[in-house]
Design a protein around this ligand. Structure first.
Ligand code: TXA
Ligand code: MG
Length: 319
């Protein structure tokens, strides 16, 4: 049985972590599947329980800068600039790893990804444990991330010790990931904090590094298919094209995803709003309710949202 704990029961949650068990917890982005950093057996459990490839490293969640200074080395001035502006918050920074930290967490890389979540439950849990928590998103590998405790239970009921109830995730998409170990800072995953906001604080340009380059994968997670629902996703940038596609096809059970309600009758189609907060919940719903096709309309505002478009392209494998 997986226990559902409240914010008042964080000492129990920390107790599970101390016993090398896994505990899922809310953050401002998505739910995380946590293990204590100093336990290799707990770290291995994360990979096994998620079905995560062994070469895909984890993010380490901390509650203070001091905790980062213990697990990373040669922190550059850029780190302190970013931390001052964006911590705690939805930003993950890749730094050089201290040699005493298990390379398991970094899947053998000599770097380490750190993030200081702003969600009070995440912060209090790390403080109650007294050490950093390694946590990928709390979903089976390849599935959409979890933005509610129910999603976590859908994937891990009976397989983890507990999930802490924290309602719906405020942002709904994973943190922005920036690499500070290269000559020029690299944006490895777009998120709520934008490239432009990071550049403004750093006072220099950031290189976009979202796809694996030949022979080298800067951020191993990028090479795996993500968030993929069973239904086929078709992405349209013209509403007319979407409507004429729908008319010309036999009427399958269709999910229509668009920022604004589509003002036209589409046979067998049900409308759901397209936004960062509910994208993953709707992709999960499409599996549960056996939608056969997802027709997704990207208006100019959606197209200009780098984080949302990145997840849409991963889910539909159009990148
Ligand atoms: O918002 C988030 O970041 C959530 C919450 C739970 O904090 N976590 C999350 O973790 O999205 P995960 O494991 O689903 O995604 C981590 C990403 C992966 O693409 C992984 O490859 C990359 O960060 N990553 C982690 N450590 C890295 C490292 N040392 N070097 C390069 N990429 C790294
Ligand atoms: Mg993930």
């Amino acid at each position: 049985m997986t226990e559902i704990l409240t914010r008042e029961e964080l000492s129990k949650a920390a107790g599970f972590l101390r016993e090398n068990e896994l505990v899922a917890f809310p953050t401002e982005t998505v739910y995380g599947l946590g293990a204590r950093l100093s336990s290799e057996s707990a770290l291995l459990k994360i990979f096994k329980t998620k079905g995560r490839p062994a070469d895909n490293p984890l993010i380490v969640h901390v509650a203070s800068i001091e905790q980062i200074e213990k697990i990373a080395r040669e922190l550059p001035p850029a780190f302190y600039k970013l931390a001052k502006t964006f911590f705690p918050g939805p930003l993950t920074i890749i730094l050089k790893r201290s040699s005493h930290v298990s390379s398991l967490v970094s899947a053998g890389l000599d770097t380490i990804a750190v993030r200081m979540p702003s969600h009070p439950v995440a912060k209090e849990l790390i403080e109650a444990l007294g050490e950093p928590i390694a946590a990928p998103s709390a979903n089976l590998s390849g599935k959409p991330s979890s933005t509610t405790s129910l999603h976590v239970l859908e994937d891990f009921q009976g397989k983890i010790a507990a999930v802490i109830e924290g309602g719906s995730s405020k942002l709904g998409l994973e943190s922005t990931v920036i690499n500070l170990t290269s000559a020029t800072p690299q944006l490895m995953r777009p998120g709520h904090i934008t490239k432009e906001e990071l550049e403004a604080v750093l006072g220099e340009e950031i290189e976009l590094c979202l796809h694996a380059k030949e022979g080298k994968t800067p951020s191993p997670g990028m090479k795996y298919r993500h968030y993929a629902p069973l239904a086929k996703i078709l992405v349209f940038t013209s509403l007319d094209e979407l409507l004429s596609y729908a008319e010309g096809q036999p009427a399958k059970k269709r999910m229509l995803l668009a920022r604004q309600k589509i003002d036209a009758k589409i046979e067998n189609g049900s409308f759901f709003p397209l936004n960062a907060q509910t994208l993953y919940a709707n992709l999960r719903l499409s599996d549960r309710d056996r939608y056969e096709e997802i027709l997704l309309f990207c208006d100019p505002e959606t197209l200009s949202d780098a984080a949302l478009m990145n997840r849409i392209s991963h889910a539909s494998a159009i990148h």
